[in-house]
Write a protein that binds this ligand. Structure first.
Ligand code: PGA
Length: 254
């Protein structure tokens, strides 16, 4: 099944009001229809970035979301607030939230369910740490995080879910999984999705690769049959690099 490649720019805790709007305007100018593009700016800039993206087809995303509706949750941001800001999709379970902030599989699942029920799309991030990779646990970690993260998600809602496979040791380190290793992990994730749902669901889900994707390595990664684009951190902060990565995704779609 032909899947439209999907490239996300995760700006993390970078940019400011001026540079974020400028970056968004550049992303909007470079976007083309062959690839789905989303940017995930910091919360305070969502509205201004959304205005800069208006009419471009680039989706506005948020880096996180609360699993609660409202109330006494200091510092949290609800689905209703994100929708109010024009957000269409959210990251859940990014490795920095799992491993730096300490989010559990159960909390990630609760966020996935909350976001989907509010009408938001979800990018569920999974991936193994270096010691897990060295212990041969890559596929087991991905399976655990995906089974737990998607518990209770219907086959119909899987149309709004993307998986981002991001080996933790490759994020922000300049180290990238080889295309063959990444493809292997992606193929196993797709097989897992087929066993959890069915083949047509598995064939429809985009699985992004993340971890030090750059213009120089994007094309060979995106050429792999089960790699449907990427989730980009550092290189998404440079408009030219991000545009080149999106172009590599466009080329992979042809
Ligand atoms: P990186 O980050 O591209 O800087 O490695 C990827 C991510 O964290 O999503």
């Amino acid at each position: 099944m032909a899947r439209t490649p999907y490239v996300g720019g995760n700006w993390k805790m970078n940019t400011n009001g001026v540079s974020g709007v400028e970056l968004a305007a550049n992303v909007a100018r470079a976007a083309d229809d062959a690839v789905q593009v989303a940017v995930f700016p910091p919360f305070p800039y969502l509205i201004r970035v959304g205005e800069a993206l208006a009419g471009s087809g680039v989706m506005l995303g948020a880096q996180d979301v609360s699993d609660q509706d409202d109330g006494a949750y200091t510092g949290e941001i609800s689905t209703a607030m994100l929708l109010d800001c024009g957000v269409k999709t959210v990251l859940v379970g990014h490795s920095e939230r799992r491993h730096v902030i300490g989010e559990s599989d159960e909390l990630c699942n609760s966020k996935v369910l909350k976001a989907l029920s509010a009408g938001l799309d979800v990018v569920l991030c999974v991936g193994e740490k270096l010691e897990e990779r060295e212990a041969g646990q890559t596929d087991a970690v991905n399976e655990r995080q995906i089974r737990a993260g998607l518990a209770g998600v219907s086959a119909a809602d899987m149309a709004r879910v993307t998986i981002a496979y991001e080996p933790v040791w490759a994020i922000g380190t300049g180290k990238t999984a080889t295309p063959a290793d990444a493809q292997d992990a992606h193929a196993k994730i797709r097989t897992l999705l087929a066993s959890m749902y069915d083949q047509s669901v598995a064939d429809g889900v985009r699985i992004q690769y993340g971890g030090s994707v750059k213009p120089a390595n994007a094309a060979e990664l995106f050429a792999c049959p089960d790699i449907d684009g990427g989730l980009i951190g550092g290189a998404s902060l440079k408009a030219d690099d991000f545009a080149a990565i999106c172009q590599a995704a466009t080329a992979s779609a042809v």
